[in-house]
Design a protein. Structure first.
Ligand code: QUE
Length: 331
């Protein structure tokens, strides 16, 4: 069983159970997840939900390796994202308390399974990121909604760089709702399951080397379009690190991500997911998607050859055209 459902006291417990694949979400898991939430929302014996990952990690994202290997002739490239984004919206509308245990890796699709719930428990091992520009994709599962609502252009920064946030950074940005030390997590789970209460612990302040201490640099730099952003980074002290990081990412992913987050600001979650579904159906059939996943997850050579190869070659009119074509209906 790749996903487990248990009822303990009045709590519905969901366990993502692919620990050898960082609990990456596949179509079958998403379908069962959705079906069970539907059932639990109508079941008066279920008072609340808890979501966790088996093993050391919460969830690395969607099973993009399988989606890539399925090729362009299978319908998985459409069906997976349709099912996943509908599930994200179902979680947003779920009528009972919904809590996720953010142990270890919380990335991409894993964020989408948890960020719309009521409670997210951050612990010492939590690693939060939206890393999709590394694989020729973009920060989806409502990234245009929740990243665009972070202050100081931080969402653009996180979406473009795939920067990994640690526990104190996640709490500082209020992406998590509670911090709990690793050795207290089992107690917190037991208490939530049996009583519905959540212990809170004090989190240490930002580390002095945290990028969040340079928020004004981020605000100034990660503004406007991708061409300006790259110039801005070059002209600041962010240059020594983030310029190099961005140069390794997929140029078309960087350009679509920047525009996506801008557009998401004025949209509600449903509209954001619709925009993303439409964009997903443009991006997953591009060579960059196969190239990126192969480089990171299959061959693992980590030297993807993107097309276009450089950010300078990106035509913003072409980027805009990706948002115009609306042939895919999510809801
Ligand atoms: C960027 C990503 C993902 C990634 C690596 C990146 C991603 C994702 C996975 C992943 C990891 C382990 C698995 C798996 C997928 O890795 O979204 O199936 O077993 O899901 O650099 O966006």
């Amino acid at each position: 069983m790749e996903i487990k459902f248990d009822t303990i006291s009045s709590t519905g417990v969901i366990t993502l159970n692919r620990p050898d694949a960082l609990n990456a979400l596949n179509l079958e898991m998403a379908e069962q997840f959705s079906e069970k939430l539907n059932e639990w929302s109508n079941n008066n014996n279920i008072k609340r939900v808890l979501l966790k990952g088996e093993g050391k990690h919460f969830c690395a994202g969607g099973d993009v390796k399988k989606i890539h290997l399925s090729g362009n002739n299978s319908d998985l490239k459409k069906k997976f994202f349709l099912t996943e984004y509908r599930l994200n919206f179902q979680i947003y509308n779920f009528p009972k308390p919904y809590l996720s245990i953010w142990r270890g890796v919380v990335m991409g699709g894993g964020v989408g399974l948890s960020i719309y719930g009521n409670f997210r428990i951050v612990t010492d091992t939590t690693k939060f990121a939206m890393p999709e520009t590394a694989i020729g994709f973009f920060p989806d599962v409502g990234g245009s909604y929740f990243l665009s609502r972070l202050n100081n252009n931080l969402g653009v920064f996180l979406g473009l760089t795939g920067h990994i946030l640690n526990a104190s950074e996640i709490m500082f940005l209020k992406l998590g709702t509670h911090y709990c030390p690793e050795n207290e997590i089992e107690n917190l789970i037991d208490e939530y399951i049996s009583k519905g209460t959540i212990k809170n612990f004090k989190i240490s302040s930002l580390n002095e080397n945290s990028i969040l201490n340079h928020i004004e640099l981020i605000e100034q730099s990660f503004d406007s379009n991708i061409h300006n952003i790259v110039q801005n980074i070059k002209n600041t002290s962010l240059n020594n690190k983030y310029y190099e990081i961005i140069q390794k990412k997929c140029p078309m992913s960087l350009a679509t991500t920047t525009e996506l987050i801008k557009k998401g600001k004025n949209k509600n979650l449903k509209e954001c997911l619709e925009m993303e579904f439409n964009l997903s159906q443009q991006m997953v059939y591009r060579n960059d998607f196969s190239t990126g996943i192969d480089a990171v997850l299959v061959s693992k050579h980590h030297q993807p050859k993107w097309n276009p190869q450089s950010i300078q070659e990106i035509n913003l009119k072409e980027v805009e055209s990706f948002f115009k074509e609306k042939k895919n209906q999510l809801f």
